[in-house]
Design a protein around this ligand. Structure first.
Ligand code: FES
Ligand SMILES: [Fe+2]
Length: 381
């Protein structure tokens, strides 16, 4: 029986009580303000304006004379989205409706339908956002403090001359908090990702005790599988039966075994970026809040020490002809579950955490360390 089929009072009882102690509520629905966020791949932003949504805010990105600009996507006149307008004069965008034109700071600098002597310029404005381009990504700062240098928030791994970087962007119909808690939780991997094609021939870990420790920067924590029990087919689970099934090819012990079980090390940082070192590959996943029910995953797959020469040619081909598809299928396994949680209203329902949820618990506690947070780490405002 679904919640909607229950009588009204029973349905209410199913919802979790609004307890002041529920740490889920510490993490804002629309994300942490006062950080730089990946907004779009650089090559997606041209002279043609691009509408995006970040942390619930409608933003228009456009490029003029090589520079990228970010403005509120709402004309000050009568609310037409500027993203359906046009870059007509250098460094400005012109609304599609009556031709009001806004500069990089959001000031109206011309009202084309009022003529060149209109008194309007200087008397109307819209919001503007700090914007930078680094590592082939357009970064936008959302917040109300003086932004730190953009490099402060970009994972250092992206400033690489030695590694090949393959970006993947995936939009999920789920709030960013569900998406980020998915990556804060490595314990789902040996069960849910057991069927991922990229692990097909890997003797995977069967179960483990997740461990986490604070990072030195004070804005996150390291998380890893901890003591690992390698897959042994047919382990008896008392009173239930045997798991996992005996699959002959998994008994082959490929070198990848090392990477998937003992060698991996992950770090989760505010405002929502996971770095994972899997020895042969390095992954970054940044869960970016779009609106209450949508998030965008910026994922970078790095092949270390492969940016030059024949190695680069080989790994480019390997990625485009083969590994990209394996990654897509792997990422999709997460997407399907997280979107199903969203549909189920998981954040509004009771939950029961266990020992392997240490990453999820730590992630929620990081709220107190978020930039500009008024809540001290002891939970007192
Ligand atoms: S609504 Fe934009 S110019 Fe009128
Ligand atoms: Fe996953």
């Amino acid at each position: 029986m679904t919640l909607t089929q229950l009588p009204a009072d029973a349905a209410e009882r199913q919802l979790r009580p609004a307890a002041a102690t529920d740490a889920r509520d510490e993490v804002p629905t629309l994300g942490y303000p006062n950080y730089w966020y990946p907004a779009a791949p650089s090559n997606a932003v041209g002279k043609q304006p691009l509408a995006i949504k970040l942390l619930g805010e409608n933003i228009v990105l456009f490029r003029s004379n090589g520079r990228v600009y970010a403005l509120e996507d709402r004309c000050a006149h009568r609310g037409t989205p500027l993203s359906i307008g046009k870059v007509r004069f250098p460094g400005t965008i012109t609304c599609a409706y009556h031709g009001w034109t806004f500069d990089a700071t959001g000031q109206c600098v011309a009202a084309l339908t009022e003529g060149p002597h209109s008194a309007l310029p200087g008397k109307a404005c819209i919001g503007s956002y700090p914007v930078e381009e680094r590592a082939n990504i357009v970064w936008v700062f959302i917040g109300d403090i003086e932004p730190p240098p953009v490099e402060t928030d970009i994972p250092e791994d992206l400033f690489t001359d030695e590694d090949l970087v393959f970006p993947v962007v995936s939009t999920w119909r789920a709030n960013w908090r569900l998406a980020i808690e998915n990556v804060a939780d490595p314990s789902h991997a040996p069960y849910m990702h057991r069927t991922a094609l990229r692990f097909l021939f890997v003797k995977y870990r069967a179960y483990s005790r997740i461990q986490a420790t604070d990072n030195e920067r004070g804005d996150g924590f390291f998380i890893n599988p901890g003591p690992v029990e390698l897959e042994r087919a047919g382990t008896e689970f008392p009173g239930v039966g045997r798991y996992p099934e005996r699959i002959w090819w998994r008994r082959m012990s490929f070198p990848l075994k090392r990477t998937m079980n003992n060698g991996s090390q992950s770090e989760l940082r505010l405002p929502g970026c996971l770095r994972t070192n899997n020895v042969y590959w390095f992954f970054l996943q940044w869960s970016v809040p779009v609106d209450a029910a949508t998030s965008r995953q910026f994922i970078w797959v790095l092949r270390p020490q492969a940016a030059h020469g024949l190695k680069a040619v080989w790994w480019q081909a390997y990625w485009h002809l083969f590994y990209r598809f394996l990654m897509d299928q792997f990422i999709d396994q997460d997407r399907v579950v997280v979107e199903a949680q969203e549909t189920n209203g998981a954040f509004a329902l009771p939950e029961k955490l266990s020992v392997n949820d240490t990453g999820v618990i730590r992630w929620r506690r990081l709220a107190a360390r978020a930039r500009g947070s008024r809540v001290r780490p002891d939970g007192v405002e």
